[in-house]
Design a protein around this ligand. Sequence first.
Ligand code: ADP
Ligand code: MG
Length: 236
Amino acid sequence: MNSELVSLAKRFHLSVVAQGKFPLESEEFLLQILRSEADAREKRAIAERTKQARLPTYKGFDEFDTDFQKGITREQLTTLESLEWVDQAFNLVLIGPPGTGKTHLALAIGNKAVENGYAVSFSSMDSLMHILKTQEISVKSAARVRWINKCDLIIIDEVGYLPISKTEANLFFSLVSQLYEHISLVITSNKGFSGWAELLGDSILATALLDRLTHKCQVLNLEGEGWRIANRKQIF
Ligand code: ADP
Ligand code: MG
């Protein structure tokens, strides 16, 4: 019997089909039906993962110009795109001034990961903090936290743009500790690590957090005046 049919039948718990208890002439027909079912399920799963990832726009690796951004090479970009580092639970921290492509890279990674079957969450630091703070009182936030806990890759955009309260600093620390060594975290920030103690309002907490975050981590410092300024569009 066709081995693809056996594995599809097992996947869908069709024991009669898996055991080959059907007329031989039905084999091709069954194979086509089960293939269609498998395709449809795969499409639904991709659609669901895409929705849950909440990536605000599409950005790809191909559109990223490494001549403009010298902080990352083509080879490094290819390594990031391979996503092997996600399987190894490496973290990635993208640091740089506004417009240097931090969010672009984070989105390109997120999109690629969703396409390749990973569960992803994208959020700004601010909205993530809101979700974590309201999980006890909001059904929506609680559902989001459940999704985040299932993710293979968590992207937190714009750490350091807005001030962080003491409660938020503790929540951020708990999250980083909880994910440590088993889930990949991608963080974008306009502040270098030296500014994180002030950002978190607690140098001991900042040291402990950075210790975990950077243990298995690639830090990329993006530089330059920023793409937006260089490519400023005008009405007149
Ligand atoms: P940041 O998050 O660092 O503030 P973004 O990633 O949002 O910056 O980049 C701002 C805009 O410029 C986006 O539209 C982005 O696609 C584009 N951009 C930035 N850097 C590059 C680059 N090196 N190549 C192509 N587009 C870029
Ligand atoms: Mg950004």
